[in-house]
Design a protein around this ligand. Structure first.
Ligand code: ADP
Ligand code: MG
Length: 608
């Protein structure tokens, strides 16, 4: 079945060359029970590794069932390791976090369509561990662990069992049990090759090969070969495990999950890294978008065909002065604009100031806006209860006010205030209407406000005789530029601004420009935040890479074992990928949930 011819293997340690095997040739027949003996360092393990395809010879040929292994690809070799050979190692090499029955079923992940735990349980029963199925390796004695390892080597019904000093770490009672198990398996037709130190173990086999310094020194037959058993019931090569795709993915993911559960703290920390990164990305993007929408809403409430005229800085003798008297705006200016500039639908002069409002001993610092009645339609401020003041009331400097809901809440405890009197800076005002609710502007509460006729405000509240701004509503966006020029010209002539001082005497803002400027800065800000969040996500990802690297390094033994039981290189890679995918997905899902919660909470808090 197996034929080695002139097989050599050397290890190079720097300049020093170790000849582990020198031109070894022998054949092994089906059904044999072979013991390999020799001093430590004589090349026994090297020989076993070559036989089991865990390593390749430097020179010589290895033919199995008529096929030269040098001509086989990785796929074929994995299939042979998984389905033809069974391995038993001196150190058992069980995977600590898997139970006995899972350890036994391990090779099936790579060679069978699905894991058959009942067959694994049967095999454990067969080696006398039927009552230890769910024990983990650290809950088993050495002999029991080795029997689990034997059961594992039998799971794929191997033709050849390779056992490298299987009893080397065991007491003599366990040694006898293991040996009996191997004998029984051999009687059932499995070819057994065993490396041993013990003369008495060697004496119980059918053929004894002695090695020294990498060469075979003797080869004696102790018992005749049994009658050649029937042809093998399965082909040796070519039949590669057919995972169902879904089953395979599921097996890998559940393996990945159990691996992560075995290292809870470490996995938890990597999950945390991803979680924070994803949550940051989600939250910053969501909040950026929320802020933008809120600005858009406020702006569209104002209307984009709106110009705001303010007095600007005036230069007198080269010195810049703020809002010089020359360019102070008056109520008459606004009347003039409304009457003489075409395309103007409405004009609203306004002043605003912080004031103290009192009602029945309650005190509240609020904002008063002095305006004309056109404020009502230009600012979408039709009162929900009561009415807005009229031109007549403005002209008569009537002490009437329209108030916002926040002010109503603070002064009147939310009760209907229409008709009641309250004081603004110690002057009595009657409330005639309540404004619709507007919510927070970016930096102040638009509902905490009292709107009063502008002439009343000038006379009785602020004592100023000029207005701060004049809002001009235009019929169509295409006329904005033209109206802007016309308004400037009108102001220059009304205020007799000399040509040399016109620059900057008045400022006219177009709310469309303000809106796009705010949107632009907002977009820049949220991009910046998202970039920072993305960096933290990247850092989280590097954390996972680091963890995977560490776990590859600390699990080289496990990786070797998995390859020995038939895993292909790709299988191992997929397994580690599955673990990182599990970490990333877990962290990602938690991160999305957290990011959602943060943005929800924040937008509720900010009233977006
Ligand atoms: P045995 O199992 O009979 O004790 P081995 O086959 O393990 O002997 O080793 C045979 C020789 O090859 C020893 O001299 C050992 O030091 C050397 N050797 C084994 N494995 C390696 C290796 N991976 N690298 C370098 N030298 C090795
Ligand atoms: Mg050895």
């Amino acid at each position: 079945m197996i034929k080695l011819s002139n097989v050599s293997k050397q290890y190079r340690m720097g300049s020093h060359v170790v000849h582990a095997l020198r031109e070894v040739s022998f054949e092994i027949e089906r059904g044999d029970f072979v013991a390999i003996m020799g001093a430590s360092g004589s090349g026994k393990s090297t020989l076993m590794h070559l036989l089991g395809l865990l390593d390749v010879p430097d020179l010589g040929s290895y033919v199995i069932e008529g096929r030269e292994i040098a001509n086989m690809n990785d796929e074929d070799l994995s299939a042979l390791r998984g389905r033809v050979f069974g391995f038993v190692f001196q150190q058992f090499n069980l995977i600590p976090r898997l139970s006995a029955v899972e350890n036994v079923a391990l090779p099936m992940i790579y060679t069978a369509a699905h894991r058959d735990l009942s067959r694994a349980a049967e095999l454990l029963d067969h080696v006398g561990l039927g009552d230890r199925l769910d024990h983990h390796p650290n809950e088993l004695s050495g002999g029991q662990q080795q029997r689990v390892a034997i059961a594992r080597s039998l799971i794929n019904r191997p033709l050849v069992l390779l056992a490298d000093e299987p009893t080397g770490n065991l007491d003599s009672a366990s040694e006898r049990e293991i040996l009996d198990t191997l004998r029984r398996l051999n009687e059932q037709g499995i070819t057994v090759i065993i490396v041993t130190h013990e003369e008495e173990v060697g004496a119980q086999t059918k053929r004894l090969i002695r090695m020294k310094d990498g060469e075979i020194v003797s080869d004696e037959r102790l018992e005749p070969l049994p009658a050649i058993p029937a042809e093998p019931e399965k082909p040796v090569v070519g039949e590669v495990a057919g995972h169902s795709l879904l089953g395979g993915v599921f097996a890998y993911l559940s393996q990945g999950l159990s691996m992560l559960m075995a290292n809870k703290v470490r996995s938890g920390l990597s999950v945390l890294g991803i979680l924070i990164g994803v949550a940051a990305v989600v939250a910053t993007l969501a909040l950026g978008r929320g802020a933008r929408q809120s600005i858009e809403q406020q702006m569209s409430a104002l209307g984009s065909n709106l110009l705001v005229l303010r007095s600007g800085a005036v230069r007198v003798a080269g010195v810049t002065q703020q809002a010089g008297t020359v360019s102070r705006l008056t109520v008459e200016d606004s009347v003039a604009i409304g009457e003489s500039v075409p395309h103007v639908l409405g004009v609203c002069p306004s002043i605003n100031d912080r004031v103290q409002a009192t009602y029945e001993g309650r005190n509240w610092n609020t904002r008063v806006i002095g305006a004309t009645p056109s404020y009502e339609w230009m600012r979408n401020a039709r009162p929900t209860i009561g009415r807005f003041f009229t031109e007549e009331e403005n002209r008569l400097r009537a002490r009437v006010a329209v108030v916002g809901v926040a002010l109503v809440r603070e002064l009147f405890g939310g009760r209907n205030p229409v008709g009641k009197y309250f004081k603004i800076n110690k002057v009595n005002f009657q409330i005639i209407g309540v404004l619709p609710e507007k919510g927070f502007a970016t930096w102040w509460d638009q509902d905490d406000v009292a709107i009063v006729p502008i002439l009343t405000t000038m006379d009785r509240v602020t004592g100023k005789d000029y207005v701060e701004s004049i809002e001009i509503q235009i019929d169509h966006a295409s006329n904005i530029g033209w109206v802007q020029g016309a308004v400037e010209e009108l102001m220059y002539s009304r205020h007799r601004v000399p040509a040399s001082q016109r620059e900057g005497a008045f400022r006219i803002q177009n709310l469309g420009d303000v809106q796009s400027a705010m949107e632009e800065s907002n977009r820049t800000m949220s991009l910046l935040l998202a970039a920072i969040a993305a960096v933290s996500l990247l850092v989280g990802g590097i954390g996972i890479m680091n963890i995977m690297l560490v776990s590859v390094a600390e699990r080289t033994r496990e990786i070797g074992l998995r390859k020995a039981v038939g895993a292909r290189g790709g299988d191992i890679m997929v397994q580690f990928l599955a673990e990182s995918v599990v970490v990333s997905v877990a962290g990602g899902l938690c991160g999305i949930a957290l990011g959602w919660a943060v943005s929800e909470g924040f937008s509720r808090f900010a009233g977006w």
